[in-house]
Write a protein that binds this ligand. Structure first.
Ligand SMILES: CC(C)(COP(=O)(O)OP(=O)(O)OC[C@H]1O[C@@H](n2cnc3c(N)ncnc32)[C@H](O)[C@@H]1OP(=O)(O)O)[C@@H](O)C(=O)NCCC(=O)NCCS
Length: 150
């Protein structure tokens, strides 16, 4: 069973492993992940299966903003396809709504069909694209979802 909980500082090593395995470029460094873990302008959630951390989602926001952003979401490939990504995204939406944000936005590589399928299934709508967004020059698609007030 997948259980989502707030990340703790002692999850850092596992977060680094998941990040490095999930992304070939544009990775969050260990220092960035550590910073987000203690940031008052971010919330990190982890998905666990049998108490082992199998994925994470990170949301963040700017001061005064009405919209929060999904900075990153990743699930260990071995644990993929079992609902952890969906559970993390739903928990991230709840975490954003609980902080009063009216919407969640995100950027995703235009060629990341798997992630885009997940976002569309959960009701995200594409509202733009940013050419040359990633380190390798790939285009980002921007998605947005209005959140139900908590
Ligand atoms: C995208 C990602 C987070 C999805 O996590 P996951 O735990 O595998 O996702 P889930 O099991 O919750 O599946 C959710 C949806 O993803 C899609 N999906 C899952 N496995 C898939 C597969 N093998 N092939 C294609 N789509 C798949 C399906 O649309 C699925 O919906 P369904 O369960 O109704 O069929 C994960 O694949 C991942 O970490 N990828 C690498 C990092 C990444 O690309 N992050 C997104 C950056 S914006």
């Amino acid at each position: 069973m997948i259980v989502v909980r707030p990340a703790r500082r002692d999850d850092l090593a596992r977060l680094v492993e998941i990040e490095n395995a999930a992304f070939e470029g544009d990775r969050l460094s260990r220092a960035s992940l550590a910073r987000y873990l203690r940031s008052p302008a971010a919330a990190m959630l982890v998905a666990t299966a049998d108490a082992a951390v199998v994925g994470y989602a990170l949301i963040g926001w700017r001061r005064g903003a009405r919209t929060a952003s999904l900075y990153s979401i990743a699930v260990d490939a071995q644990a993929g396809g079992r609902g952890a990504g969906r559970a993390l995204l739903i928990a991230a939406e709840r975490a954003a709504a609980a902080r009063g944000f009216g919407a969640l936005t995100l950027e995703v590589r235009a060629d990341n069909a798997r992630a885009i399928a997940l976002y569309e299934k959960l009701g995200y709508a594409r509202f733009g694209a940013i050419p040359d967004y990633y380190e390798d020059g790939a285009t980002a698609c921007r998605f947005r979802k209005a959140l139900e007030p908590a």
